[in-house]
Every structure is written in structure tokens, then in C-alpha cells.
Design a protein around this ligand. Structure first.
Ligand code: 7TS
Length: 422
């Protein structure tokens, strides 16, 4: 592996910006540190990515020069804050190729976006016996909000199965559709298996039956080109913190015609046109769904992260992450007693595995002593663990800034695990 990293030419990149990818690691100050006496090897990017200096500096700049509330004051600082906040919305619109900037609603993250759709879009439309279709590989954030709304209305959840390799059974979307199906919710990329789902195809099938689709894009947006108009979904949810932006900011994309027909989710300032004690007229999109002071700095930070990603090129980021995934998969496949969980042909750079006779938590604890940060457990996909018949996995998840040496460090760590349990 050392030989490979020393001699590896920068092949596989879509254009010459690709060469910048390897140097871009230097943009992430947090990566350059020693933990417990070992250099940090950060392989927990599916939980949250690190933030480049460009994003951190943008946040500082905003707070040091421009901080004010948005859409309220007529003073200079408020105008600057409002302009930057709305500029960030436009950056998101362009980044996901949404048709209109009003289709981009700033929320706290994926979880809040899905809850918003469950309560504002779906709840008024559900009656007892209606059905919501999800899949076996969903994160709790794409299960529990639907269970809540089902409990409130008497609707039922139905669950599309996966194969043992960790792929969705695509035929099931058509086969499990009924005249009672009111919404399909599916992840773009599984946070546990890494599987990239054919969401455009799924949307086509569901729309054929007239059923709207929400895509949970938490693990996709920072890692591959994502195009609302190509996917054709009705809702798309994602979190800034998984794409090099701050925590506390995320996006609900919704098709304008659908959002327009939805009642507000939360009431408060910003989301109204006129209020009296008897009656309130609500504001237009997107303000109607952004009650109260939003995470202004977060949105601006998300804009900075998008600028940063665009600078590197999403296709280059994807190419480098695929390279890391291939390297790590090849290395782990040869390990005795190790089984990779999630073997779909098309995967994001997420590598879950189990090691015979060793609990995932013990693996992650020993890896931590070696400076290697991974996640262990059910990864907020307990029903998936049950389907697979395992208590949990150890998960290494990569970002473009990981080095080939990080894979080597993971392997060394696993060697230590084996020595410990010999
Ligand atoms: N959906 C998926 C597919 C996710 O991976 C996550 C977070 C969420 C939704 C929720 O996102 P949030 O930003 O609202 O919390 N996944 C993980 C993970 O895999 N490890 O930590 C968080």
C-alpha cells in the first residue's frame, strides 16, 4: 500500500482540478493533530465531515463584520446579512439544480426536513388505512417521523425489502404500491451499507402510480453530483454538516407546486404576511416554512461549503472517494474472519464490516487507541441490523481528504484488534 501511495498517479479525475484534491487536505486544520499519541485518522465522515478553513473563515467574517437579523432591518448590516443568506439559498438551488430558489427551504438538517414533510404535507392527507412506503435500509430519521404521523392518523408503514447484498428490491416499489399509498420515502445513499439507490428510477415508478417521493439525501449531496430535475423527486432532504458546512443547517427541497399547497409547520415571526388576533395570512415561499430567526451564519457557511466543493469539482470528489473505497474494500476483503456488510456494486465511500467473535464497540475502542476514528453500532438503522441479523457493524466512512495511509492505519488497527483478542 505504501508503494501504491508513493507511485499512484492522479488518474481517474474528471479534469485537472482533480490534482487539487490531494492538496486540499491541507484546508482542514482539524485533521492535523495527534490524539492519544497517534496521528488522527478520521474515518467517521458519514457521521459528520470536517470543515475547511474557507468555511470557518466565512463564519468568522460574517460574525466579525456583518452580523444582523435577516429580512427585518433596513440598516446596512441587516441588508448585508439578508443578501448573504439569500445568496446562500441561490447557491444551494444551483448546486442541486432546483428550478426555483423558493424551492429551497432552510431547516436544521435532514431530520427536521423529513419531520416537516411528515407533519405539514402528509398528516393532513392521511386517513386510517393509508400507507407510507419506506425501505429496510432507512435511517431512523426516515422511519420515526412516518411512524409518528401514522400513529396520529391510523396510517400504516410498509417496508420495501433489500437483498442480502444490500440492494433494494426495485420491483417491490411497484408490487407494494396500492391505491392507499400516499408517499414513498427512500434514502439516496445508505449510511450503513453505502448502497447508492437508483432514485430517479424509483421516482419514475412511483410517479407512474401517482405517488410522491421523498429522497433522504443526507449521505449523497456532499459526495456526488445531485440534480433535482434529473431525479424528479417531490422532496429531497439533506444536512449541511455532512458536506463540510456547519451543524444546525440543512435543506428541504420541495417542488414549488407541492410546497405551495402545504400549511405552515411552525408559527412565528418571518412566516407571516399579516397577523391579527382573529386571523393570520401566511408569507409566500420560502419564508412560510422558516418561522423565527433562522441559522443565518449556518446558511452562509453552507454557501461557503458549496463554493468550496464546486472549486474542487464534485466529480473529482466522487472519483477520489471511489478510489479510497476500492482500496479499503480490497484491503479488508483479505482479512480473516472479516465480512463486509453492504456489497452493492454501486456504493458511496462507506465501508461497514463485522469481525467474527469481536463486538463492533470493542473494535472501535481499540481503533481509537490507534488514532483511528470510526463508528460502531447500529448507526441509527436498528431495523436494518435486525434484517441482517447482526447487533451492529464497525463503519469506516471516507471523505476526499482521506489518504491512502489512512486505509493502512485502519488495517494496522485491525491487526491490533486481532492481537488483543488472540
Ligand atoms: N439520513 C441519513 C441517511 C443519515 O445518514 C443521517 C445521519 C440522517 C438522515 C440524519 O441526519 P441529521 O443531520 O438530521 O442528524 N447519519 C448519521 C450517521 O450515519 N452517523 O451519525 C449520523
Amino acid at each position: 500500500m505504501t508503494r501504491r501511495s508513493a507511485s499512484r498517479p492522479e488518474t481517474g479525475f474528471a479534469n485537472d482540478r482533480g490534482a487539487n484534491i490531494l492538496a486540499a487536505r491541507g484546508d482542514f486544520p482539524v485533521l492535523d493533530q495527534v490524539v492519544g499519541g497517534k496521528p488522527l485518522v478520521y474515518l467517521d465522515n458519514a457521521a459528520t465531515t470536517q470543515k475547511p478553513r474557507q468555511v470557518i473563515e466565512r463564519l468568522c467574517q460574517y460574525y466579525e463584520r456583518d452580523n444582523a437579523n435577516v429580512h427585518r432591518g433596513v440598516h446596512e448590516l441587516s441588508e448585508r446579512a439578508t443578501w448573504q443568506y439569500e445568496q446562500a439559498r441561490e447557491l444551494v438551488r444551483d448546486f442541486i439544480n432546483a428550478a426555483e430558489h423558493e424551492e429551497v427551504i432552510f431547516v436544521r438538517g435532514t431530520t427536521e426536513a423529513i419531520n416537516l414533510v411528515a407533519q405539514s404535507y402528509l398528516r393532513p392527507r392521511l386517513v386510517a388505512g393509508d400507507e407510507i412506503l419506506i425501505t429496510e435500509m432507512e435511517h431512523h430519521s426516515n422511519i420515526v417521523p412516518w411512524q409518528l404521523v401514522a400513529a396520529q392518523t391510523g396510517a400504516k408503514l410498509r417496508v420495501v425489502p433489500i437483498t442480502d447484498e444490500g440492494e433494494l428490491v426495485i420491483d417491490a416499489f411497484a408490487n407494494m404500491m396500492s391505491e392507499r399509498t400516499r408517499l414513498v420515502a427512500v434514502s439516496h445513499v445508505s449510511n450503513t451499507l453505502g448502497t447508492v439507490n437508483p432514485v430517479a428510477e424509483i421516482v419514475r415508478i412511483c410517479h407512474h402510480y401517482g405517488v410522491p417521493v421523498l429522497v433522504d439525501g443526507a449521505q449523497a449531496v456532499g459526495h456526488m453530483p445531485v440534480d433535482m430535475r434529473a431525479i424528479g423527486c417531490d422532496f429531497y432532504a439533506f444536512s449541511g454538516h455532512k458536506m463540510y458546512a456547519p451543524t444546525g443547517i440543512g435543506v428541504l427541497y420541495g417542488r414549488r407546486a407541492i410546497l405551495n399547497g402545504m400549511p405552515p409547520w411552525q408559527g412565528g415571526g418571518e412566516m407571516i404576511r399579516k397577523v391579527s388576533f382573529e386571523h393570520t395570512d401566511y408569507a409566500d415561499l420560502p419564508s412560510r416554512f422558516e418561522a423565527g430567526t433562522p441559522d443565518i451564519a449556518g446558511a452562509i457557511g453552507l454557501g461557503a461549503a458549496i463554493d468550496y466543493i464546486n472549486g474542487l469539482g464534485r466529480e473529482n470528489i466522487a472519483a477520489r472517494e471511489q478510489e479510497l473505497l476500492a482500496l479499503a474494500t480490497e484491503a479488508l476483503q483479505g482479512q480473516p474472519g472479516l465480512e463486509i456488510i453492504g456489497r452493492a456494486p454501486h456504493k458511496g465511500a462507506i465501508l461497514s464490516f463485522v469481525l467474527q467473535g469481536v463486538h463492533p464497540h470493542d473494535i472501535s475502542t481499540i481503533l481509537d487507541r490507534e488514532g483511528v476514528a470510526v463508528r460502531a453500532g447500529h448507526h441509527c438503522t436498528m431495523p436494518l441490523m435486525e434484517r441482517l441479523g447482526i447487533p451492529g457493524t464497525t463503519r469506516a466512512s471516507f471523505a476526499f481528504y482521506n489518504r491512502d495511509e489512512d486505509v493502512a492505519a485502519l488495517l494496522r488497527g485491525l491487526h491490533e484488534v486481532r492481537e488483543f483478542f488472540k
